[in-house]
Design a protein around this ligand. Sequence first.
Ligand SMILES: [Zn+2]
Length: 186
Amino acid sequence: MTFDAGASAAPTPDILKALKDADLKVTFFLTGKWCEKEPELVKRIAAEGHEIANHSYSHPDFRKISDSAIAEQLNKTENIIVKLTGNSTKPFFRPPYGGRDKRVLSVAGNQGYTSIYSSLDSWDAFKKGITSQQIRDRILERIQGGDIVLMHCGSAPTAKQLPELIEKLHQRGFTIVKVSELVASN
Ligand SMILES: [Zn+2]
């Protein structure tokens, strides 16, 4: 289970509460800009045992910027998050918009990063006006073992439906883990 930020931080405390209530630790892909605006939330995400990975500094499409700009995007965010939490974001980054090609992957690789995208997008950012129920149904209708599920820290409908989604996934026998645990299990 993964959460990207992003946009608004208002729904994030409810997301954290739902995860804590279910005793889950998952992966957050944060932009450096969001971290600068929300330092206390970043500290809380780390303190509650979640994994924080790199989602660039200002969310550009990496295919459209230079090699050095890609490196700067990753390193700037790494420095901000290390300063706030003491933990590195390496080795995982999620390219904004899924924008990746051979060059992007190679430049990121040289900075110590492996790209992690998603295999199941909840559409909570992609589809305007999507409801909590639609997000939950979309995930529950499609999910298979090993999926990397994408949701967003800024989605109020996501925050609202999360406790029930977690409960339903558990009822169906799924184990919800961090990206690092999923990768290690493969
Ligand atoms: Zn994003």
